[in-house]
Every structure is written in structure tokens, then in C-alpha cells.
Design a protein around this ligand. Sequence first.
Ligand SMILES: NC(=O)c1ccc[n+]([C@@H]2O[C@H](COP(=O)([O-])OP(=O)(O)OC[C@H]3O[C@@H](n4cnc5c(N)ncnc54)[C@H](OP(=O)(O)O)[C@@H]3O)[C@@H](O)[C@H]2O)c1
Length: 340
Amino acid sequence: MKVYEVDEFGIENLRIAERDIDPPGDDEVLVRFHAASVNYRDLMVIEGTYNPRMKRPAIPFSDGAGEVVAIGDAVTKWRVGDRVMPIFAQRWFDGGSSEEKRRSSLGAGAQWDGVLREYGSFSEESVVRIPEHLSYEEAATLACAALTAWHAVVESGRTKPGETVLTLGTGGVSIFAIQFAKMAGARVFSTSGSYEKIGKLTDLGVDGTVNYREIENWDKAVLDLTERKGVDHTVEVGGAGTLQRSVNATRISGHVAMIGALTGGDAFNPTPVFMRSIRLQGIFTGSRRMFEDMNRAISANKLRPVIDRSFEFHQVKEALEYLKSGSHFGKIVVRIGEGP
Ligand SMILES: NC(=O)c1ccc[n+]([C@@H]2O[C@H](COP(=O)([O-])OP(=O)(O)OC[C@H]3O[C@@H](n4cnc5c(N)ncnc54)[C@H](OP(=O)(O)O)[C@@H]3O)[C@@H](O)[C@H]2O)c1
């Protein structure tokens, strides 16, 4: 089978290699992948900024979708032909995170090879069913970006109808957060650095927008959108460069789900966090149980992931450069093999 390998860091050094298909063990299913999606993390893994000591050669990417083509003798949950997605952290089934669970994440080292390959064997406990109405390409967007947004908005936020949610930028996590917040009946305010993307946010049903490139103190603009109170929940993907303003834009006793680090910035002033009783909650993807909860909600609401562009397997470097350019809105997908 064909796989992508990271050996030397750098997009230009990513290479296609031939490996044997690993046959499924007794309790494993062999998945033939049809699609994978690109996350910001994959860019960091490939460029060597995620974990410079990562064991190599390693197969990158965490999010894939495919069909079961063979099963081990002891497998009871799956049959050949079932459509499945491997879970992001292969040993995180339920409960809180732990070092062992976190370390079982796909696509960031040779021990837990990723999904940028034609076939892979996974424990029958470590894959979940694809919602029926979704294509393989759509399903390939769920394991990391969607699950993290679900964890922030639904699990950690317990967002209620009529509450307000703030999202930053229009990358994969933020667009899913908008979709889940709308699903929960919330009013959603979103920032973006592009007027073209702000038009798309409005089409998606967002209730108010701010261009953070045009309005440097966008936190004040968000306060204006909320009668000066601030939002109930902020889905914080920017990191050091946006956190202070995210805290400012959140109401007293509100919730900031800390997810990402897209930007660098100055020293953070913690005073508003305690003076205004803000709940800062770190979020790391999610468990299989959360993934299954999310999939039920996606099915019930016939939610469709927003895919900006799909690339062919031989175009993975272009897909990564496209993500790096920040031109995308939502998810970027890579097709694998000849399709179903
Ligand atoms: N904790 C976890 O488990 C977890 C899981 C998934 C992702 N993450 C992290 O979350 C972050 C987002 O991931 P992703 O995959 O959604 O990334 P992505 O798709 O690459 O998002 C890129 C978008 O972020 C926006 N952006 C960039 N700089 C910004 C700024 N200063 N203010 C506001 N928005 C800005 C831009 O949107 P506009 O063009 O609209 O401005 C850009 O298009 C990354 O840091 C990633 O590592 C963490």
C-alpha cells in the first residue's frame, strides 16, 4: 500500500512510500481509507514544531474515514463493509483525559501511525460508525476538529438555547463550533480577518461578525454586540495573540474554552480572569463516548461539515500549503485511493 511518511521535517520532505498492509489482529479491523482531512496540528507535526523529538519515519494525519475490508477472529462489533472512522486518541474511550490516553493520539509519531495511507488496522474498540448521511470525505473531517468543537460547546460549555457563543476565525474547529452552537439554539458571534469569509459566515447563520484585521480592539466590538455584557462562551483557538481579548469579550462567570495556539503575543494579564470569575477550560479533543454523542447529534440534525476544498492523494503537499496560507473556510480534505 501507499503511505505518506515524515522522516525529515518540512512539507517539501514529505514522501510517498510503499509498505505492507498490516493484517488485522484478533480484535482488530482492517480499514481501507477513502479520505482524510488536514488539521493545523498536521502542519505542525510535518514541520517539526509539534514534537521535535517525534519518532520517525511516521505516518501523519489523525482524521480519516473508510470501510472495513477484513476483521480479526474475535471481532464482534463490525462486519466487512461497515463505514468507520478511527478515533483521535486510540485509548480514550470515556472519562477524563490522562497521559496514557493523550499519548495514543494518531499521526504524531511512529507508535500511533496516522491515517495518510491506503489501509490501516485498528482495535475494534477504537473506530466509530460514520453517520449514514455523510460521505467519506465529510466523515473524514470529524475525528479532531469537530470533536474538539463539540467538547468545547456541548461538553464543557453545556451551551443552552439563547446563550451567546464567540468563535475566532474560520478554520476547521471554529466552523464546527458555529454549527454546534447554532444546533444548541445559541446566538453566535464570529471574527474573521476577511470580508469574503464574513459573507460566508453570514450565509452559515452567524448573528454578528467582526473583522479583527480592520478592528484591532474586536473585544469591544463583541461587547457592543452583547449589550456590553460579553458572551457566555468563547471558543478560543488563537492562543497568546487573542486570549486577552477573548477574556475581555466574555461575560462575568463566563466560559473560555482554550483550544489552540494559532498566534503569538505579549504577556497575558490574569487579573480580569479572577476579577470577573472567568472559567478558563483547556480542551484536548475528546473521548470515543463524546465522538459517539456528537455523531448522534450530527445524524439527528443532518449536519453537513463545511468542506472548502478536496485534494487528491498525490496533492497532499498542496493541501498543506493551502492550509498554511489560511485561505480556507472550514475543512480541507484529501481523497485516498480510487473511492468507494
Ligand atoms: N486542543 C485540541 O484538542 C485541538 C484540536 C484541534 C485544533 N486545535 C488547535 O486549534 C487551532 C485551530 O485549528 P484548526 O485546525 O481549526 O486551524 P485552521 O483550520 O488552520 O484555522 C486557521 C484560521 O484561523 C484564523 N486565524 C488565524 N489567525 C487568527 C487571529 N489572529 N484571530 C482570529 N482568527 C485567526 C483564520 O481565519 P480567518 O481567515 O477567517 O481570519 C485562519 O483561516 C490550532 O492552533 C490547532 O492546533 C487544538
